[in-house]
Every structure is written in structure tokens, then in C-alpha cells.
Design a protein around this ligand. Structure first.
Ligand SMILES: Cc1ncc(COP(=O)(O)O)c(C=O)c1O
Length: 407
């Protein structure tokens, strides 16, 4: 289907609103995207027409809820090309997905093992591994980036050895936009340490990159629904079936058991063994609607549109006096991070907001990365499917005003 940004915009009701008497320009998509009407409708439909618990009810509503809930799993499995639907585990989001992996590996890690991360991590993909290493005596190894914000691949590969037990890699940096060559990296890691597991933090990859988990060759891929046009509070841990089938359970309770006595319990099969308790049914169904909605679009056309908006923003930024772009990797998701001589990012964010332009400012949950770059934080405009060149122009008009006010 041909991609028409103006048509897409009509599907997002929030884009019609005014903020401080200006039409909203929403450029905080790396934090969370807006939701199309079909997603909102799917959630309302569940609560209005067939609200019920899943898997265990002996009635029509439970049956309908279970069918939609499991259909959403099929949609996700299909979207990321999982080899089996039981490899798709529902979580609360990327953070919880990473914690499920860390919970499992914490029981395998020992002194002498190494966990390899990068200097561009979001805290979710850093603190989790840092704590797992502290608890097990394993060593956290941090691979460097260049000043442009690209992973130094030569240095990365030099850090690999037979002690590398886990490599946790961001598909893309939320603060800089840099996209990592995860497929090539996974192949290299596996060729050096056959024991190494590879986990991809896909929070920023899922909406803006091609994700085929079988082609990537990784062991785990984690992502959040809310950064991909779906609701908050729901996410996915994809993992290889042979790994997850024996993976230490995450939480215990109902749903995840096969058999229980007063003294012991046997675990359920995948995916349920990693999904204890009543799941977030409404949001799973909402996320299923988001994935289905996105899949009927031409993904390559969507990505090309997003990159053209980013390119336009980058060109305007390059000729904007006093502005420095932070993160100029060759391959980027649509993220423009910058600092301005004229003022602190927080002040810029405030002035832009008064003009209806929503960006994010601060360390973007990547404090060590900001320290590495010697800056307190950045202002970040991040784009999505519905953003336009006209909105980029609004951003720079607002920045002109901010510059004058702060001078
Ligand atoms: C790269 C990256 N990893 C992990 C996360 C955590 O995602 P969530 O807060 O949805 O769990 C984010 C959120 O911004 C992110 O950008």
C-alpha cells in the first residue's frame, strides 16, 4: 500500500490537539509513540464487549478474550519472524524483558565470566547487567564508542574472548540514534565464544529497523509495545525456544504451573512458564491491533519517510548557528540529539513546549553515556511515522525563538 503521511495522521486523534494554543508537534517518539484509533478502539472493545480472564474460563467471554489474546501473540511472532509462537513471552516492557533474561543468566554466571555491553546503553541494558555481575562475581566489560556515537567495532571485537558469556547490544541508541550492525556482530560473537548468549535491546529498533530474529541469529530480542504505536505496560521477550524451555522461571504463581502439590510444583510449557498470574490482557490485545495495523503498511516506505524527515532535520540543524548535533552515526533511527550554546537543554525544552513542540531533554536514561560525551544532557527530537517536514520547520522556528530568548 502506498504511504501517505497525511492520511496516516488522520488515524492519530491526539495529533489534532492544541498545546499552549499551538497545534501539537509531537517529537518525543523515542520516549513513547502516539496510538492510532484502531489501537484505542481495540482496548475499548475488550472492556466494553468481552472483558474476561484468559485461558481458564468456561464461558463465551473468556473464549473470545483468549482467542484475541493469543492472536496477538501470533501477530508478533509473524512480525519478527519467530520460528514458533511459544517464543513470544509477554512482559511489562523492554525493561522487564531484560530483567527476565538477567534473572535467568544470574543463575549461570560465575566469577571469570564476562558480560559485554557498550558505552551507549540505556540504563535498562546497563544497570541490569551491572547488578547481575556484582551478584555473581562476573566482570562487566564496556565497549567504547567513537565521538560520532558509533560503536567502535574493532575495539568491540577485540574485547570478545571465550569468557564472554553474554553480549547485550542495543539495536539502536535512544540518545544518539546510532544503529548497530547486530546481525554481523552476533555472527562474530558466536564464532569467538560458542557459549556466549546474545541479547538485543530492541526498544528503539522495533519501530524503525527490520527485525527478523532468525536472520539476526541472536538468542533474545526485547522490546516495548508503547514505542511501536501500542499501549504502555506491555512488551515482549522473544527468545529461542530451546533456551526458554529450560530458562529459570521469572515469577511463580498461577498460569505458569503444570502441576502443584503442597510440597512442590512442575512448570508449564512455553510461553506460559514465563507468564505468571493474570496477564495484561487489554494491552496485549491493543498491541496486537498495533502490529496488525503496522503490518498492512509498506514498512520500507515508512522507514524511508522517517529517514527523509530525519535528513531534513539534520540539514537544518547543521546550518543552525550555535547548535551542535550529538550523534552523527552513518546509520541512525530518526533521532536528532543536540546541544545549543545559547542555553541548557531543559530551558530549550521549556520554551519549545510553550510553542506546542514536544521534545525530550536530559540524560535520556543514559547517564554514563552523557559523562562519556562530557555533556550534562541533550535536547532530543525523535520522529515517527506521522511526522512531517512541516513539523521539522516548526521545530526550527521554535528553536530560533528559544535562541533569541536565551541570548
Ligand atoms: C534503548 C532503550 N532500552 C530500553 C528502554 C526501556 O524501555 P521501557 O521503559 O519501555 O521498558 C528504552 C526506553 O526508552 C530504550 O530507549
Amino acid at each position: 500500500m502506498a504511504f501517505d503521511v497525511n492520511e496516516i495522521r488522520t488515524e492519530f486523534p491526539i495529533l489534532n490537539r492544541q498545546v499552549h494554543n499551538n497545534p501539537l508537534v509531537y517529537l518525543d517518539n523515542a520516549a513513547t509513540t502516539q496510538k492510532p484509533q484502531v489501537v484505542i478502539d481495540a482496548i475499548v472493545d475488550y472492556y466494553t464487549n468481552y472483558n474476561s480472564n484468559v485461558h481458564r474460563g468456561a464461558h463465551q467471554l473468556a473464549d473470545e478474550a483468549t482467542r484475541k489474546f493469543e492472536a496477538a501473540r501470533d501477530s508478533v511472532a509473524n512480525f519478527i519472524n519467530a520460528s514458533s509462537r511459544c517464543e513470544v513471552i509477554w512482559s511489562a516492557g523492554t525493561t522487564e524483558s531484560i530483567n527476565i533474561v538477567a534473572n535467568g543468566i544470574a543463575k549461570l554466571l560465575k566469577a571469570g565470566d564476562e558480560v559485554l555491553v557498550t558505552e551507549m546503553e540505556h540504563h535498562a541494558n546497563l544497570v541490569t547487567w551491572q547488578q547481575a555481575c556484582l551478584a555473581s562475581g562476573a566482570t562487566l566489560v564496556v565497549a567504547p564508542i567513537s565521538d560520532k556515537g558509533e560503536l567502535d567495532l574493532e575495539a568491540y571485537y577485540a574485547l570478545l574472548n571465550t569468557h564472554t558469556r553474554l553480549a547485550a547490544i542495543p539495536h539502536a541508541s535512544n540518545a544518539l540514534g546510532s544503529v548497530n550492525p547486530i546481525q554481523a556482530m552476533t555472527a562474530r560473537i558466536k564464532s569467538i565464544s560458542s557459549d556466549a548468549l546474545v541479547m538485543i535491546d530492541g526498544a528503539q529498533g522495533i519501530a524503525h529497523c527490520d527485525v527478523d530474529v532468525q536472520a539476526i541469529g541472536c538468542d533474545f530480542y526485547a522490546f516495548s509495545s508503547h514505542k511501536f504505536y501500542g499501549p504502555t505496560g506491555i512488551g515482549v521477550l522473544w527468545g529461542k525456544e530451546q533456551l526458554l524451555a529450560d530458562w529459570p522461571v521469572w515469577q511463580t504463581g498461577g498460569e505458569m504451573i503444570a502441576e502443584v502439590s503442597y510440597q512442590s510444583a512442575k512448570w508449564n510449557t512455553l510461553p506460559y512458564r514465563l507468564e505468571a498470574g493474570t496477564p495484561n490482557i487489554a494491552d496485549v490485545i491493543g498491541f496486537g491491533a498495533a502490529v496488525e495495523w503496522f503490518q498492512q503498511l509498506d514498512k520500507q516506505a515508512v522507514l524511508a519517510h522517517e529517514l527523509s524527515v530525519l535528513n531534513c532535520a539534520t540539514q537544518m540543524a547543521e546550518s543552525f548557528d550555535g547548535l551542535e548535533i550529538i550523534g552523527s552515526a552513518q546509520h541512525k533511527v530518526p533521532v536528532l540529539s543536540f546541544v545549543m550554546q545559547q542555553g541548557h537543554p531543559a530551558d530549550i525544552g521549556f520554551i519549545l513546549d510553550r510553542q506546542g513542540v514536544a521534545i525530550r531533554t536530559g540524560h535520556h536514561c543514559a547517564e554514563p553515556l552523557m559523562n562519556r560525551l562530557n555533556i550534562p544532557g541533550t535536547a532530543r527530537a525523535s520522529f515517527a511515522i506521522y511526522n512531517t517536514v512541516n513539523e521539522v520547520e516548526r521545530l526550527f522556528e521554535a528553536l530560533e525563538k528559544a535562541k533569541k530568548m536565551l541570548a
